[in-house]
Design a protein around this ligand. Structure first.
Ligand code: ATP
Ligand code: MG
Length: 184
C-alpha cells in the first residue's frame, strides 16, 4: 500500500509502468552505435551499455498508471512531423553521473519532434521534464571520461518514434518497446 504523500517517489507497482518516449535504432544504426560504444570504452573505460538498450530519450514520463496508456497514445497520435536523419559525432561526458555518451548537433527536425511531442503530452495533462533536452545515446556507465575525442559519425535514419517500458532486472535495465509511431 502507498502511504499518502509518497506517491511520487514510490517504486512502480504492478499497475504502474515506468515509461518514456524514444528514438529506437534500426539494426544497422544499432550496430554502428555499438561500435562507437566499444571505441569510446577503449578510451574512457566504464561499463558499456548492452546493444539492445541503445536509444535517444525524447520525453520521460516515469511511473505512470497503466490505465493512462490509451490517453498517452492519443497524445502521440497528434504528433505529425517528418522523418529525418540524425548524425551523431560528438562524444560527451557528464561528470555528475559518470556517463559517456554520443550526441548530435542541433537538428531542426529532431527539435521539432521533441517540441511537438512534449506539447501534446502537456496538453494531455502529462507531466514532462522541462529541463533543456540534450539528445544523446548513453554508451558508458561509471566511466572516468577523458580527453575530447573526434568520433566517426553515426548516421541514423529516423523513421518513427516509440513508447518504451523501463524495467530494472538483476542484470541491468531492460527497455521494452510497446508502441511505434511512424513519421511522415
Ligand atoms: P537508472 O535510472 O537505473 O540509471 P536508466 O536511467 O537507464 O536507469 P530510466 O531511469 O528508466 O532508466 O530512464 C529511461 C530513459 O529516460 C533513459 O534514457 C534516461 O536517461 C531517461 N531519463 C530518465 N529520467 C529522466 C528525466 N528526468 N528527464 C529526462 N530523461 C530522463
Ligand atoms: Mg534513470
Amino acid at each position: 500500500m502507498t502511504e499518502p504523500g509518497l506517491i511520487e517517489s514510490s517504486p512502480a507497482g504492478p499497475d504502474t509502468l515506468r515509461l518514456f518516449f524514444a528514438l529506437w535504432p534500426d539494426d544497422a544504426t544499432r550496430a554502428a552505435l555499438n561500435r562507437a560504444g566499444k571505441w569510446l570504452h577503449q578510451h574512457w573505460g566504464g561499463r558499456r551499455m548492452r546493444a539492445d538498450t541503445l536509444h535517444i530519450t525524447l520525453a520521460f514520463l516515469g511511473s505512470t498508471p497503466a490505465g493512462q496508456l490509451d490517453a498517452l497514445a492519443a497524445c502521440a497520435d497528434m504528433v505529425r512531423t517528418d522523418a529525418f536523419e540524425l548524425v551523431l559525432d560528438q562524444a560527451g561526458y557528464w561528470r555528475h553521473n559518470r556517463i559517456g555518451w554520443l550526441g548530435v548537433n542541433q537538428t531542426p527536425q529532431h527539435l521539432e519532434l521533441v517540441g511537438a511531442l512534449n506539447t501534446a503530452l502537456q496538453g494531455g495533462g502529462f507531466a514532462v521534464d522541462a529541463r533543456p533536452h540534450v539528445p544523446h545515446v548513453t554508451l558508458l556507465r561509471n566511466s572516468a571520461g577523458g580527453e575530447a575525442l573526434p568520433c566517426e559519425p553515426v548516421h541514423w535514419p529516423v523513421r518513427d518514434f516509440v513508447l518504451v517500458v523501463s524495467r530494472r532486472e538483476a542484470d541491468g535495465m531492460h527497455y521494452d518497446v510497446i508502441r511505434r509511431w511512424p513519421l511522415a
